[in-house]
Design a protein around this ligand. Structure first.
Ligand SMILES: *Cc1c(COP(=O)(O)O)cnc(C)c1O
Length: 695
């Protein structure tokens, strides 16, 4: 499947296709023996023995297996991905066999399903091909799961009616966002139409099997598929969704009589304009557990966005704070720091990151402080060399590396960072002799191809860069670099070299963030809002060891109530006024003075993320950052306190919590089986210890 790659050409972000499979992939193995059919379109026939989905178009799902080895725990799991293949008789059984050549060319139509990954971040685009992709992987995976479940029961004397009772004991399906939400009506279809289970039994098993993780509360990101599209592509699934909805609303009506508005709010079907299916509502109803990905986000999910559902089933709602793997995000990307930590506290922290707390003992150890600072300096020099070699840009390795890398999105407020850069530039120009703490501001990230404002933000950053980087008065004090094609392999290079991590989303918009955790573990200090996992990072390290600024969620809510007026801040804050006036007057785009009018217009008149409201607190907080950076020893003490407090943010901890609180499984590395002892592969608590699973 093609992925998005980007480059900057003449300061504009342009798209490329990352054809990462062009030269093959040695880690994966095709498993044609487990190929499965997936059906689309057709119609529903009412028969004496129930509903039948007929006259469908079939696409084959070809599995590819990739082994996923655990870190020194004697376990190798299998990741199974699916590729779309046209059946050999595709379009050749119909009346149009006369055009044999065209029919063969049309095989592409079916195979297009797995051709390209949609590149949006936190944005829903209701395209038919995307819906096909979502159903394709869901239908193939569920068939595969059910086949393996049945194989595990082979030879059992259980009756067909009760054989699925143990399904939730052996299978847990975590819906990672709503993208696989169709798995819920699909499992119901298999149980009711094919296995002939009664509806209530099928629904009970389905609910016990699924759990749902919510990843965002931004309304434009929530999947709401038009009913007409689902009816055309998956007519039987639409009927099942209607039935689920009817029973759900009956239950709500019984519990909350005479509350029509509640029924409207809680329906799976949104009326008014085009009828749409609210996929988050479907996931919540069809799951036994629902979680957000950081405390603050889970609170918003439970008390605001899905409050009605929490009123109905409060026990369903949980939190599972995200984490990152310390193997990739420390050992692999920052061997110098990993080694230094191991010298102080031993190597066990690699599998139990909470042990990093032992570093606290060394916060005032001058030798350790110097060593931590030296590793950072080495990483910075290495990154500067990489930038010079690959991109011909020279940066000053003794300046503060101030890094803002993540997808480009208005809510992540790269614009606020940009306004700070302009403010620093203006200060240097106003008083060139005044002492200045040198900074290299690195901003990087992909914009979704259709996200115009995101591309304008990149254009502005690069335009500001041209002015700042080429002004002799500024010299080595300030540089602005836009990092092209930001991706994991680039993150692994820039994060270990970072001094200051920018995590400045408007409070209440970033569900968790994981970039924030990667920086913390790699010895960067955070400048951030009380949003996402930043809140818990501050809780773990002590708020005084991060640079926390700006509105809290309550402040944002109050401002919303009062009405946000950007003009007020512009009138009140001279440095903000100067920066905005420069952008507006074409100071950064002299050949096209009105180039950024839509950006400034947005900031004044429809900025949902209130950049101006946090600007003053942000700039003041940045001044404190510069102050501390001048004192290398005190800076590094904060760095050490942060690393010591980052243990919570291991994905090992996150996964253990999912296993214990949602999947009801035991960690498998606690009981390593003797060699050659066969294990029950369909048991959800087991995994293969020797390689790719046989089935
Ligand atoms: C970790 C990571 C992200 C997520 O970053 P956030 O700051 O949490 O948005 C995005 N892209 C890449 C390449 C990453 O490694």
């Amino acid at each position: 499947m093609l992925a998005l790659a980007t480059e900057v050409l003449e300061d504009w972000l342009v798209e490329e296709a990352d054809d990462w499979l062009r030269h093959g992939n040695p880690w994966e193995k095709a498993r044609p023996e487990y190929m499965l059919p997936v059906h689309f379109y057709g119609r529903v026939e009412h028969t004496k023995s129930g509903q039948k989905w007929v006259d469908t178009q079939v696409v084959l799902a070809l599995p590819y297996d990739t082994p996923v080895p655990g870190y020194m725990n004697n376990t190798v799991n299998t990741m199974r991905l699916w590729s779309a293949r046209a059946p050999n008789d595709f379009n050749l059984r119909d009346f149009n066999v006369g055009d044999y050549i065209q029919a063969v060319l049309d095989r592409n139509l079916a195979e297009n399903i797995s051709r390209v990954l949609y590149p949006n971040d936190n944005f829903f685009e209701g395209k038919e091909l995307r819906l096909k992709q979502e159903y394709f992987v869901v239908a193939a995976t569920l068939q595969d799961i059910i086949r393996r479940f049945k194989a595990s029961k082979f030879g059992s004397t259980e009756s067909v009616r009760t054989i699925f009772d143990s399904f939730p004991d052996q299978v847990a399906i975590q819906l990672n966002d709503t993208h696989p939400a169709l798995a819920i009506p699909e499992l119901m279809r298999v149980f009711v139409d094919i296995e002939k289970l009664p509806w209530t039994k099928a629904w009970d098993i389905t609910k016990q099997t699924f759990a749902y993780t919510n990843h965002t509360v931004l309304p434009e990101a929530l999947e709401r598929w038009p009913v007409d599209l689902v009816e055309k592509l998956l007519p039987r699934h639409l009927q099942i969704i209607y039935e689920i909805n009817q029973r759900h609303l009956d239950k709500v009506a019984a519990l909350f009589p005479n509350d029509l508005d509640r029924l409207r709010r809680m329906s799976l079907i949104e009326e008014g304009g085009v009828k749409r299916i609210n996929m988050a509502h479907l996931c919540i109803i069809g799951s036994h557990a629902v979680n957000g990905v950081a405390k603050i986000h889970s609170d918003i999910v439970k008390t605001q966005v899905f409050k009605d559902f929490a009123d109905l089933e409060p026990e369903k709602f949980q939190n599972k704070t995200n984490g990152i793997t310390p193997r990739r995000w420390l050992l692999l990307c920052n061997p110098g720091l990993a080694e230094l930590i191991a010298e102080k506290i031993g190597e066990d922290y690699v599998k139990d990151l909470s042990q990093l707390i032992k570093l606290h003992k060394f916060v005032n150890d001058d030798i350790f402080i110097r060593e931590v600072s030296k590793v950072k300096q080495e990483n910075k020099v290495k990154f500067a060399q990489f930038l010079e070699k690959e991109y011909k840009v020279k940066i000053n390795p003794s300046s503060m590396f101030d890094v803002h890398v993540k997808r480009i999105h208005e809510y992540k407020r790269q614009l606020m960072n940009c306004l700070h850069v302009i403010t620093l530039y203006n200060r240097i120009k106003r008083d060139p002799m005044k002492p200045f703490v040198p900074r290299t501001v690195v901003i990087g990230g992909k914009a979704a191809p259709g996200y115009h404002m995101a591309k304008m933000i990149i254009k502005l950053i690069t335009a500001v860069g041209h002015v700042v980087n080429n002004d002799p008065v500024v010299g080595n004090k300030l540089k602005v670099i836009f990092l092209e094609n930001y991706r994991v392999s680039l993150a692994e290079k820039v994060i270990p070299a970072t001094d200051l991590s920018e995590q400045i989303s408007t409070a209440g918009t970033e569900a968790s963030g994981t970039g924030n955790m990667k920086f913390m573990l790699n010895g960067a200090l955070t400048i951030g809002t009380m949003d996402g996992a930043n809140v818990e990072m501050a809780e773990e390290a002590g708020e005084e060891n991060l640079f926390i600024f700006g509105m809290r969620i309550q402040d944002v809510a109050e401002l919303d109530k009062k009405g946000y007026n950007a003009q007020e801040y512009y009138d009140k804050l001279p440095e903000l006024k100067q920066a905005i006036d420069q952008i507006k007057s074409g100071f950064f785009s002299p050949t096209q003075p009105d180039l950024f009018n839509e950006v400034t217009n947005m900031l004044f008149h429809h900025d949902r993320f209130k950049v101006f409201a946090d600007y003053e607190a942000y700039v003041k907080c940045q001044d404190k950052v510069s102050q501390l950076y001048m004192n290398a020893k005190e800076w590094t003490k904060l760095v050490i306190r942060n690393i010591a407090a980052s243990g919570k943010f291991s994905s090992d901890r996150t996964i253990k919590e999912y296993a214990r609180d949602i999947w009801n499984v035991e960690p498998s590395d606690t009981k390593i089986p003797p060699p050659n002892e066969p294990r029950d592969v369909a048991d959800k608590n087991s995994s293969c210890t020797t390689g790719i699973l046989k089935m």
